[in-house]
Ligand binder design. Structure first.
Ligand code: NAD
Ligand code: ZN
Length: 347
C-alpha cells in the first residue's frame, strides 16, 4: 500500500510503497477514508536530530494522528465493531485499565509511555496510508453518515480545544470574555466550540489578516492582529480589565507577553500550542486565583461528544483536500501558514 512517511530527520515526508499491515489478535484494520495534517507533525518534523532522539519515534514512520476509515478486517477475537463500520480513531490511547483510563482520560494515562504505547503517527504508524491498524476496538467511535473529510479533524483539531475549553466552562458565564490565539486547524474549531458551549464574548488573535476574516466567519465577535496593540484593541472592544480565559494555540514568548497583559485575577491561561515558554508561577508570580494549564489532546468520551456536535450541525470544519501523493505539499502549506482550516489527505 501507499503511505506518507517521515523518513529522514529534517527532510520533507515521502510517499512510499510499504507492506499492507495485517491485524493481529484483538486488532482492527481500517481502510482509511481521510487523514488530517496537524501542526504537531510539523513540529516533530522540525526537530533537530538531538531533539528528535528525545522523542524516540522510530523512522520511517507513517504520519497522521487524525484518522477516519471503514472497518476492513478484524484480528482474531476482535469484537464490538463490524466490517463496513465507518469510524473515527481515538489517538491518545492509554493502558485501558488504570483509574485515568477508566474515567476515559486515556490521554493522561500514567502507564502508556512506560508500556511503549504511542498514538498513531506519533511513535507508531499513522493514518496517512491506505490502511491503519488500530490496537483495540474501544478506540473507535462510530461516525455513521458523517462525511469523512469533514469529520476527520474532530479527532484532534476538534477534541483538543473541546477538552481545553471544557476545563474552563464554569468560568465562561454570560459577561465573560474568551480569547483564542491562533486561528488555524484547532483555533477555528475553538471559536465555534466557545460559541456553541458558552455565552462568552469570543475574541480571536492571529498574525495573518486573512485568518482574522476567517475567525469572524466562524463566529468570533472580534478579531485582531496578534501584536503589541492586541490588549488595547481588546479593551476598546469589551472594556478594560482582565479577560476570563485565554486559549493559546501557538505558545511562544511574544504570545505569552500578550497573554500576561490580558490576565488578571482568576484568568484561565490555557496553553495548547506545542511550544514552551518561561513564566513565573506561584502567589507572587501570577495573578491571584489564575490557573495555568497545559492540556493534552482529550478524553475518549469527549471524542464521542465532539462527534455528536458535528452530527447535530453545531461544528463545521473548514478543510483543504489533498491526495496521498500531494501529502508533502499539504505539510508544506501547513508549515508556511497557507491553509484555511485543516489539510485533509484522502488516500
Ligand atoms: P495551524 O498551523 O493550523 O494554526 C496555527 C495558527 O496560529 C495559524 O493560523 C497561524 O497564523 C497562527 N499564528 C502563528 N503565530 C502566531 C502568533 N504569534 N500569534 C497569533 N497567531 C499565530 O496549527 P494547528 O494544527 O491548529 O496547531 C496549533 C498548535 O497546537 C500547534 O502548536 C500544535 O502543535 C498544537 N497542538 C497541541 C495539542 C495538544 O494536545 N496540546 C494537540 C494538537 C495540536
Ligand atoms: Zn495534533
Amino acid at each position: 500500500m501507499k503511505a506518507l512517511q517521515y523518513v529522514s530527520i529534517g527532510q520533507p515526508p515521502e510517499v512510499r510503497e510499504v507492506p499492507t499491515p495485517e491485524p493481529g489478535p484483538g486488532e482492527v484494520r481500517l481502510r482509511i477514508t481521510a487523514a488530517g495534517a496537524c501542526h504537531s507533525d510539523s513540529f516533530v518534523m522540525g526537530l533537530s536530530e538531538e531533539e528528535y532522539a528525545a522523542f524516540g519515534y522510530p523512522l520511517p514512520m507513517t504520519l497522521g494522528h487524525e484518522g477516519v476509515g471503514v472497518v476492513d478486517s478484524l484480528g482474531e477475537g476482535a469484537t464490538g465493531v463490524q466490517v463496513g463500520d465507518a469510524v473515527a480513531v481515538y489517538g491518545p490511547r492509554g493502558c485501558g485499565r488504570c483509574h485515568s483510563c477508566a474515567q476515559g482520560f486515556e490521554n493522561y494515562c500514567p502507564h502508556a509511555a512506560g508500556m511503549g504505547i504511542t498514538p498513531p503517527g506519533l511513535g507508531s504508524d499513522g493514518a496517512m496510508a491506505e490502511y491503519l491498524i488500530v490496537s483495540d476496538p474501544r478506540l473507535l467511535v462510530p461516525i455513521g453518515e458523517l462525511d469523512p473529510v469533514k469529520s476527520v479533524a474532530l479527532t484532534d483539531a476538534g477534541l483538543t480545544p473541546y477538552h481545553a475549553i471544557k476545563g474552563s466552562l464554569e468560568l465562561l458565564v454570560p459577561g465573560s470574555v474568551a480569547v483564542v490565539i491562533g486561528v488555524g486547524g484547532l483555533g477555528h474549531i475553538a471559536v465555534q466550540l466557545l460559541r456553541s458551549l458558552t455565552a462568552a464574548t469570543v475574541i480571536a488573535l492571529d498574525i495573518n489578516e486573512d485568518k482574522l476574516d476567517f475567525a469572524r466567519e466562524v463566529g468570533a465577535h472580534h478579531a485582531f492582529l496578534s501584536d503589541g496593540d492586541a490588549a488595547s484593541k481588546i479593551a476598546e472592544a469589551v472594556g478594560a480589565g482582565p479577560v476570563t480565559a485565554v486559549f493559546d494555540f501557538v505558545t511562544n514568548e511574544p504570545v505569552l507577553k500578550i497573554i500576561r497583559s490580558l490576565s488578571g485575577p482568576r484568568t484561565d491561561l490555557v496553553l495548547v500550542g506545542a511550544g514552551s515558554v518561561e513564566t513565573s508561577v506561584g502567589l507572587l508570580g501570577q495573578p491571584f486565583g489564575s490557573r495555568i494549564r497545559a492540556p493534552y489532546w482529550g478524553a475518549r468520551p469527549e471524542l464521542i461528544e465532539v462527534v455528536e456536535l458535528a452530527r447535530t450541525g453545531q461544528l463545521d470544519v473548514e478543510t483543504e483536500q489533498f491526495s496521498l501523493d500531494q501529502g508533502p505539499e499539504a505539510y508544506r502549506k501547513l508549515h508556511d501558514g497557507e491553509l484555511r482550516g485543516r489539510a485533509v489527505v484522502v488516500p
